[in-house]
Design a protein around this ligand. Structure first.
Ligand code: CUA
Length: 168
């Protein structure tokens, strides 16, 4: 089969571009620790308030059995609960989030806290906040008329200022 030499060149160029893009994505994913969701845990979204983990009294921040600081949250139209949260800087924080109704997302800019919150599943993300300050956790999946107002406050404080008082 004859392939024109110009056409051959373009075949090489298009392959080069494809592999270059795969390379950039891979380097970016490794460098910024971006991973596909791998935590498949199911839950009945209509009965969150009856579960041990996601009932109202258990939401918030606590130290998990493995010693990691864990934040338990419920996403529901139109808010994340609890709505104000204080976490220590430079410390791995594990977020466990469940939706009480429809599909939501949670996103904090410049961090890898960015996941869909799919009803029926528990979303889990571990992240470390490198800077202190006040941040927002936004919903980034359109979930209804109040979607634009669905967000909560995250206060990242110096380690010395952070206290785990009781279970929250
Ligand atoms: Cu919740 Cu958009």
């Amino acid at each position: 089969m004859h392939i024109d030499s110009t056409e051959k060149k373009w075949i090489y160029i298009s392959f080069f571009i494809a592999f270059l893009m795969i390379g950039i994505l891979t380097a970016y994913a490794i460098n910024y620790n971006i991973k596909p969701p791998s935590n498949v845990e199911t839950i009945d979204s209509t009965r969150l308030h009856l579960t041990a983990e996601f009932n109202e009294d258990n939401l918030g921040i606590k130290r998990a059995q493995d010693g990691v600081i864990e934040v338990t949250m419920v996403a529901a139209r139109y808010g994340f609960y609890p709505q104000n949260m204080k976490v220590p800087v430079d410390t791995p924080i594990r977020f466990r989030i469940a939706s009480a109704d429809v599909l939501h997302g949670i996103h904090t800019a410049y961090t890898n806290l960015n996941t869909m919150v799919v009803p029926g599943y528990i979303s889990e993300v571990t992240t470390t906040f490198p800077n202190t300050g006040e941040f927002s956790m936004f919903c980034n999946e359109f979930c209804g008329l109040g979607h634009a107002y669905m967000w909560s406050h995250l206060y990242v404080v110096p380690k010395a200022e952070f206290k785990l008082d009781g279970s929250k």
